[in-house]
Write a protein that binds this ligand. Structure first.
Ligand code: 5RP
Length: 230
């Protein structure tokens, strides 16, 4: 089975948790896109749900699939957010933001009663860090912000190269919020919770891709079948 089929299987398993009347956070990325498409099929068959997209790309997908949308200004909470991840550790800490949507993804996940992470099982790692950590920054004062980030890395026992993310056309990648992303190659994040706190305290950092204590469960699809970790 190819990777895309595994992602769709994970999405289908998460869809089993969705009930009529639910308010859903809709994640971003190739795995979350499968969820939106499958949800659209259920909506066409009569399921009543409403979704909050975590990116403009997901908004476009949801509209194409006929999933009704709302905002976090119009409703006061979400029942479930279903989203992908770049890495998942055994504590269900995550690295997210490979698709550049980490800020809205974290706002939506934090507003949800439950966050279900869907992924193929290559995303499951014993320790976070192999995937470069995305850090969303304000372009103003980036030199000072980068030095503060390096200091936070040193205090948390990690080090590595940082690079401003580029889009496919070679220009700087700009997030839906109008910010830039710095990707940090750290290899092994020994204490993700401390690093998350240290990065959050830096004024030029808008948000970072460490999702600590937000995921309630992970649905991992692999050659051996589906594994649900809670
Ligand atoms: C986007 C994300 C994605 O969820 C993450 O990059 C995983 O994407 P994919 O399902 O395509 O592997 O965090 O910001």
């Amino acid at each position: 089975m190819d990777m895309d089929q595994l992602k769709r299987q994970a999405a289908a398993r998460a869809l089993e948790e969705v009930r009529d009347g639910m308010q859903l956070g809709l994640g971003t990325g190739s795995t979350a896109k499968h969820f939106v498409e499958l949800l659209g099929e259920r909506v066409a068959a009569g399921l009543k749900v409403i979704g909050v997209p975590t990116s403009e790309a997901t908004r476009a997908d949801a509209e194409r699939c006929g999933v009704p949308l709302t905002t976090l200004d119009a409703i006061d909470h979400l029942d479930i957010t279903v989203d992908g991840a770049d890495e998942i550790d055994p504590e269900l800490n995550l690295i997210k933001g490979g698709g550049g949507a980490l800020l809205r993804e974290k706002i939506v996940a934090a507003a949800s009663d439950r966050m279900i992470v869907i992924a193929d099982d290559t995303k499951w790692v014993p320790t976070l860090g192999r995937f470069p950590l995305p850090i969303e920054v304000i372009p103003f004062g980036l030199g000072a912000t980068s030095r503060a980030i390096e200091k936070a890395f040193a205090e948390c026992g990690v080090s590595g190269q940082m690079a401003v993310r580029k889009a496919k056309d070679g220009h700087v990648f700009v997030t839906d919020g109008g910010h830039w992303i710095v990707d940090a190659r750290l290899e092994r994040i020994v204490d993700p919770a401390s690093l998350a706190r240290a990065l959050s305290a830096i004024p030029g950092v808008v948000e970072h891709g460490l999702f600590i204590g937000l995921a309630s469960s992970a649905v991992l699809a692999g050659g051996e079948g589906i594994r649900v970790i809670e």
